[in-house]
Design a protein around this ligand. Sequence first.
Ligand code: SF4
Length: 170
Amino acid sequence: MGMKPFPVYAEQMPGGAMIATTLETILYQGQAKSLWYLLFGTACCAIELMATGASRYDFDRLGMFFRASPRQSDLIIAAGTITKKMAPRLRRLYDQMAEPRYVIAMGGCTIKGGPFYYDSYAVEKGIDHIVPVDIYIPGCPPRPESLLEGCIHLQEKIKKQKLAEKWPKA
Ligand code: SF4
């Protein structure tokens, strides 16, 4: 059974012009411009992540603010080596976030195990079998510019999103 179409809202502007939009558009435009993120930094990539949040690169200008609680976060940025012991914690934090929620995998270790891919029995070879990943940012480590670009791509992806795509069974 498909989703019901969303209601269209109309607002009359001074001079008589009309603006029409949908609840879906308001929801996703708003979320894209105010992504609150949870840090899951575990190794060297986390240093670049922290630098991105500091004054030189200034994450805040994209409407992105760090939160210490998954309950207040829309986005989790995983940066660094993820061990098998840590994987259930990552999943639990993800599960504690409210929908719609997003994941960025930052750096070679998070994406595919990085330099530990062949020789470590203790490292996860990619987090996308623990949580669904929306954006991958390769590098060892990726520079803050790469992370900023990845976040802008995520914002664009959110703005174009349809509720039926995020929740196909709704
Ligand atoms: S990808 Fe490279 S810089 Fe990032 S955590 Fe792994 S080893 Fe460190």
